[in-house]
Design a protein around this ligand. Structure first.
Ligand code: AMP
Length: 362
């Protein structure tokens, strides 16, 4: 949908279809409920976190065209909560109902080579990257990046999966064997000082609302904690908002878009984008007038965007695996908001919940 196309507005009691049933879908469904909207979750797994709090649930595979069509006929607008659903799924749904963000935006976000080429074409900064197809291209690229770099699969990488840090000692042939023919890129190592994310919402009419920049700390490639605001000079916050608005407009985006960046001196280098609400944005639920989940629902439902400004500073910490066992003590902390995802099994590294602690704004 373009900014001059007619908006589709979902009135209270309308139904939002959400593809994907994890914690992001759950928090989207809860936010929709606060606005008097119903939700219908589409997910292959039984008893998923989102289905527990939604109005309706379809359990079916992402490539079941008949089930997708039936789902689409029962909802008023469709969104999705993770980026590894097939583009064909979104295309099938889009034949029946508006799907936000669009299949085109999803395609850009699903492939690191397409994504980085898109950023570069928009004049946005990214780490130097090279298309890797074989040992020759990898050897040449590694020489260009100064002998070190990160090899990443183009598709389906998350939380550090599908990545290899390479240096002079690396056995390139062995790494390529592990890669097993998957298309990949090599990125130059960025000597970053901080990792941050920029969240922006864009409405169907092209208006935007950006959140203050959030600073992230990863442990073992998984997000550990996020802090609002990031410790950046005022200019960098302004630059971040400009990047976010430019990118959202270039993608003709509707919904919340997350942009993960490296901070190097005064520069913000984009690492990757997520066409959805994002773990680093969870603290906006409690620290901002309108959190990311409500904001996403507002955008796709054609409502006015909410106020993205923070009323408090905040630190969000993920509860992974058996860290959830601390729930009782955490629930007793002052100025702390606890969000648990209803997952039965606390596997190692699995995101089970998060806590957000608020602090007065400086
Ligand atoms: P990604 O899956 O691309 O988000 O990468 C996971 C993590 O690896 C990032 O959060 C960074 O900590 C690190 N990383 C990824 N790409 C680079 C890079 N080009 N230079 C330095 N560190 C990186």
């Amino acid at each position: 949908m373009t900014a001059d196309a007619p908006q589709s507005i979902l009135a209270p009691n309308g139904t939002v279809g959400i593809v994907g049933g994890g914690q992001l879908g759950r928090m989207l469904a809860l936010a929709a409920a606060e606005l008097g909207l119903k939700t219908h979750i589409y997910c292959p797994e039984a008893d998923c976190p989102a289905a527990q709090v939604a109005t309706a649930f379809t359990q079916a595979p992402y490539d079941d065209m008949a089930a997708l069509t039936a789902f689409a006929t029962q909802v008023d607008v469709v969104t999705y909560e993770f980026e590894n659903i097939p583009v064909t799924t979104v295309a099938q749904l889009a034949q029946h109902k508006n799907v936000f963000p669009s299949a085109a935006a999803l395609e850009v976000a699903q492939d690191r080579l397409v994504e980085k080429s898109f950023m570069r074409a928009q004049g946005l900064d990214v780490a130097a990257f090279f298309d890797i197809t074989d040992l020759d291209s990898l050897t040449t690229a590694l020489a260009e990046t100064g002998g070190t770099g990160i090899l990443k699969t183009r598709r389906f990488g998350y939380d550090g999966k599908g990545q290899w840090r390479l240096d002079a000692e690396s056995d390139l042939a062995a790494v390529l064997q592990e890669l097993n023919g998957q298309p990949a890129i090599l990125e130059k190592l960025v000597p970053f000082e901080r990792e941050v994310s920029i969240l922006v919402a864009r409405a169907q009419d092209g208006t935007t609302a950006a959140y203050d920049v959030i600073e992230n700390v990863h442990r073992h490639h998984i997000l550990h904690s996020s802090t609002l605001p990031a410790a950046l000079p005022a200019d960098a916050h302004k630059q971040a908002t400009q990047i976010a608005e430019k990118l959202a407009a270039a993608l003709d985006y509707v919904g919340v878009l997350a942009i993960e960046c490296f901070v190097v001196g005064d520069a913000l280098l984009i690492n990757e984008i997520a066409p959805r609400v994002h773990n680093s944005g969870h603290l906006t639920q409690d620290a901002c007038h309108c959190g990311q989940f409500e904001q996403h629902i507002r955008a796709i439902a054609g409502w006015p965007l909410g106020d993205a400004r923070a009323h408090s500073n905040a630190v969000m910490t993920n509860l992974l695996g058996d860290e959830i066992e601390q729930w009782h003590g955490l629930a007793a902390q002052p100025a702390t908001y606890i969000h648990l995802y209803g997952k039965a099994e606390a596997r190692d590294g699995r995101k089970m919940g998060h806590v957000t602690q608020l602090m007065p704004k400086a």
